[in-house]
Design a protein around this ligand. Structure first.
Ligand SMILES: Nc1ncnc2c1ncn2[C@@H]1O[C@H](COP(=O)(O)OP(=O)(O)OP(=O)(O)O)[C@@H](O)[C@H]1O
Length: 298
């Protein structure tokens, strides 16, 4: 088996009495598009900070392309590009200056051809000379992505890259990140947009209170945890509830089932109960439901 892009073994981290990471083991293969999901405070950012060497774990070890992030920090860091969650910049530099400085940090000179290519891919060429403070929030986020790529790292970690970004830009950003993945880059992504994770990620780890509570391919997670649903609006809700339905937040009555063959029987039950179906929707299993279920069970 080839060297994993990321290997995380028994990583634990405490902040005072709070256990941010409680023994995390994860191995992410080269070329994967991997999702790291979890509610606020689950420890995603702490884990990413440990990968980039910003946080020193109390126990365990992390490797990037075989390089230990503590013992072999320089090589580990060279192989990793991180798009952080927070927008922190020196406002007095232009976009190009910032990217040149970042290149210098990795000891790369004359990087302008690559910088131009990244800027073009991120639709930022026209802002190359603009000062950071003159950019909109979405543009700043794209600069963060550019900054993570100046040294052409094989492994790219994005911490909520699309938070507060408009739909058009989000799609553009995903297109670009997908292309990076097709070109062979390993992508690790945290996001609260579960729909995005579902379409993009081949494999997903779910974190809760610093522990991995689910780890599988996206397809398996959907199959294992989520059921299909039939949602109805009826004349006689009482009758539909008595037939085994439950009410959801939007006032629909919901029935869950495993295979479409069951729908006919369900509708027959509703007819016999005299529920009077007025509207009907079929729901596919989605990652949001899986997520809620995993978090409730864990
Ligand atoms: N520097 C710090 N000092 C003290 N506590 C911290 C520090 N950094 C993180 N924490 C705590 O560690 C826990 C994990 O935080 P972390 O930021 O890793 O979560 P997260 O999964 O990234 O959350 P979010 O989805 O909100 O970004 C939280 O309870 C947080 O308050």
């Amino acid at each position: 088996m080839s060297l994993p892009a990321i290997r995380i073994s028994g990583v634990a981290k405490r902040y005072g009495t709070l256990q941010a990471l409680g023994g995390v083991d994860l191995e992410i293969g080269q070329g994967e598009f991997f999702g790291l999901l979890g509610p606020n405070g689950a420890g995603k950012t702490t884990l990413i900070s440990a990968l980039s060497g910003l946080v020193r774990p109390d126990a365990g070890s992390l490797e990037i392309m075989g390089h230990d992030v503590v013992a072999d920090y320089r090589n580990a860091r060279r192989n990793l590009g991180v798009v952080p969650q927070e927008l922190v910049f020196d406002p007095f530099f232009s976009v190009r200056e910032l990217l040149r400085m970042q290149s210098g940090y990795f000891g790369i000179r004359n990087n302008d051809d690559w910088i131009d290519e990244i800027l073009a891919s991120l639709d930022l060429s026209h802002k190359a000379q603009a000062n950071m403070r003159a950019l909109s929030g979405g543009m700043k986020r794209r600069v963060l992505v550019a900054q993570a790529l100046v040294h052409r790292p094989p492994v790219i970690v994005l911490d909520e890259p699309t938070a507060g970004v408009d739909v058009e830009l989000r799609q553009g950003l995903w297109q670009f990140i997908r292309k990076l993945n097709r070109d062979g880059h390993t992508i690790v992504l945290t996001t609260h947009y579960l729909e995005e994770a579902e379409t993009l990620c081949g494999r997903i780890a779910m974190l809760k209170a610093g522990k991995v509570v689910a780890l599988d391919t996206t397809g398996n997670l959907l199959r294992r945890f989520a059921t299909h649903s039939l949602r109805v609006r009826v004349d006689q809700p009482g009758a539909a509830l008595a037939a085994g339905g439950r009410t959801d937040a939007e006032g629909w009555i919901v029935f869950e089932f495993d295979a479409y063959a069951e729908v006919e029987g369900l509708l027959a039950r509703l007819r016999e109960a005299g529920a009077g179906v007025r509207e009907l929707q079929l729901g596919e299993p989605d990652l949001e439901r899986v997520f809620v279920e995993v978090m409730n069970r864990a």
